[in-house]
Design a protein around this ligand. Structure first.
Ligand code: SF4
Ligand code: SF4
Length: 156
């Protein structure tokens, strides 16, 4: 990113943040066109089937991120604790997104909107902790069969 890059020490309610944000987001509203929920990491075939069902619907994406507990990391590269987080993303625009692509409640927008960072947003680059994402139920099932021993090749 260029000099428009946001300094994360800036107060997200400050005028400076608002000004830079306005330039970076000009003509874009991608992050206001969906919401995402963290779901339980599936552990059984039935739970994978539920996710397959979600993905059979339009405008749904599953993505998985990986969180590494750096406290556990050793200089010798020994095993570290890695936690997966599974999310369901539903493409459905926010009701407060105005026709001009701007937030109509900017000063009182929810904390999650204030915390959203340009550094790994949909326009300026995917999150680097994302390890997999699917919008297609068949692709998801194929990946699950390859990755998990307990998943049947043919969904029952
Ligand atoms: S996706 Fe990025 S550039 Fe687009 S509106 Fe959201 S934060 Fe701004
Ligand atoms: S409240 Fe505003 S910033 Fe938040 S998703 Fe809706 S339109 Fe976007």
């Amino acid at each position: 990113m260029d000099e428009l890059n946001l300094n994360h020490d800036l107060d997200t309610n400050s005028e400076e943040y608002g000004e830079k944000s306005k330039q970076l987001c000009d003509g874009c509203s991608k992050c206001c066109e969906y919401f995402a929920l963290e779901i339980d990491t599936p552990e059984t075939e039935d739970e994978f089937q539920n996710i397959r069902w979600y993905l059979l619907h339009e405008k749904v994406k599953l993505f998985i991120t990986e969180e590494i507990d750096e406290d556990d990391e050793t200089p010798e590269g020994e095993e570290v604790e890695v936690t997966e987080h599974w999310f369901l993303q539903i493409y459905n625009p926010c009701k407060k997104l105005a026709p001009d692509g701007k937030c109509s409640i900017y000063s009182t927008r929810p904390e999650i909107c204030k915390d959203h960072s340009h550094e790994n947003c949909e326009k300026y680059g995917a999150a680097d902790d994302e390890i997999a994402s699917f919008t297609d139920a068949e692709a998801f099932w194929k990946w699950a069969v390859e990755t998990y021993d307990f998943i049947d090749e043919n969904p029952q």
